[in-house]
Design a protein around this ligand. Structure first.
Ligand SMILES: [Zn+2]
Length: 447
């Protein structure tokens, strides 16, 4: 018997969901231009009478880019600490959150009391789809209270009625011990932390003498949970079978997508608050939701009060896995295939770092650890005319001769498969970072 967080919206035909959302957007738009100076400017040429009847009608509106939000924030002042896109008076803001700030100065977002409710409900919907239930004891590992993955994620777990154990911020070894002591049944982890855990979990069990109660792992914060070799390693190391990927965006709602029990791609779970589009990133044209289609995800918040966004370009590239599902949910099912920001060009060939990682990890399973790091000379570097520097970790099982041959074999395979040259450095096992929040595949050698 299938269970849903919001049975009506999750099982309605997707076109009907879109029509309902379009009606919400129609009502929201004129009010938005009065609330947000950013949208008064961006939508200056849009008629108050514009009626949005379907997702296609959104094309009458301009996109919002991250740079638009940055510029809007530059206008911050005492009355508007969030700048031109502050959609409510200062008195109505109950929380400020920040982007993780891994690239440049962080962006700030605000929550009104209603926004807090919206976040909690939408995020609970994702956790529920991913299998979290009342009675679960959940380890929440994000240790940065200011980021969108902090309190909003915690609120989502409590909204379901699960027991929140906010362990983020402790050293890793302590987190692992606390998880045994608290009889944690579920955790939300980055892909690389889940891998780290899978390597240490048995040892912690011996030290504490407490049997593992861990049954469910939710992946989030970095792509990779869809990678078969990685899934196999985590599932094997932790002795569990429930491994689900989740994804969101701090600028919109920090978790909006979650995998159901079918475990083949993530459903959109924020349909009550956010309208979704798939576009061609080059032309900006809307694309149909069709199995096998790929494009950039674009979000319109129609219920967000404090820092709303309309047609926000996420830079996340998705592949549509399916438009129907055995679980009965009707929202598109996707997997994230990369970020536009991460796209590299090797002698005219476009390549996503995730494509290199997935190929190498898959083909060299058992000989390397399922992690990979790629180096750029500067944050701005997109083009490579020489081989792209890549680091992998050798599996402990390799002998010296096998290890010596490894780099060359990986380089040849990638050149053959992707027409891209890489220069591989083989590290010892444990040589790559395994953090609890947003690990990047791409690293930058700043001078
Ligand atoms: Zn499903």
């Amino acid at each position: 018997m299938a269970e849903y967080w919001n049975a009506e919206l999750e099982t309605q035909p997707w076109l009907e969901v879109e029509r309902w959302q379009a009606a919400q957007v129609t009502v929201m738009l004129p009010a938005l231009r009065r609330r947000s100076r950013l949208y008064a400017r961006l939508h200056a040429g849009v008629a108050d009478s514009l009626a949005v009847r379907s997702a296609a009608d959104l094309a009458a509106l301009p996109f919002t880019l991250k740079d638009d939000l940055r510029i809007a924030q530059l206008a911050a002042g005492e009355a508007e600490p969030l700048g031109e896109n502050q959609g409510v008076p200062r008195d109505e803001l109950v929380q400020a959150i920040s982007s993780s700030g891994t690239t440049g100065r962080p962006l700030y977002y605000g929550l009104s009391a209603r926004d807090v409710e919206i976040f909690a409900d939408a995020i609970a919907n994702v956790w529920f789809t991913a299998g979290i239930r009342r009675g679960d004891i959940v380890a929440h590992l994000v240790g940065l209270p200011m980021v969108a993955g902090g309190l909003p994620y915690a609120d989502g777990f409590r909204r379901i009625g699960a027991t929140l154990c906010w362990l983020g911020g402790f050293p890793t070894e302590r987190i692992l011990r606390e998880m045994r002591h608290l009889r944690v049944t579920a955790m939300l982890a980055t892909t690389s932390f889940a891998l780290h855990l899978s390597e240490k979990w048995d040892q912690v069990g011996c030290e504490t003498g407490i049997a593992s109660c861990l049954r469910k792992v939710l992946g989030g914060g970095e792509p990779g949970m869809a990678q078969p070799e990685l899934r196999r390693r985590i599932v094997g190391g932790l002795g569990l079978s429930h491994l689900r990927e989740t994804m969101g965006l701090g600028d919109v709602i920090p978790s909006m997508w979650g995998e159901c029990e079918v475990e083949e791609g993530m459903h959109f779970n924020a349909q009550r608050y956010v309208m979704l589009e798939l576009i061609d990133p080059e032309s900006g044209q809307a694309l149909p939701w069709r199995e096998g289609g790929t494009g950039e995800l674009v979000y319109t918040t129609f219920a967000r009060e404090a820092t709303p966004v309309v047609r926000y370009r996420s830079r996340d590239h998705a592949e549509v896995v399916a438009m129907r599902c055995a679980c009965g949910r009707t929202s598109p099912r996707i997997r994230c295939i990369g970020r536009t920001d991460d796209m590299l060009v090797y002698k005219g060939m476009n390549v996503f770092p995730t494509a290199i990682r997935d190929l190498v990890v898959d083909r060299f399973a058992g000989r390397i650890e399922p992690l990979l790091r790629l180096w750029k000379a500067s944050r701005e570097q997109v083009r490579f005319d020489v081989a792209i520097p890549v680091e992998v970790e050798a599996s402990a099982a390799l002998d010296d001769a096998q290890r010596a041959a490894l780099a060359g074999e990986i380089e040849t395979m990638v050149r053959t498969q992707l027409q891209v040259r890489i220069a591989v450095t083989v590290l010892d096992r444990g040589g790559l970072p395994r953090g609890v929040y947003k690990n990047a595949i791409v690293a930058v050698r700043e001078p």
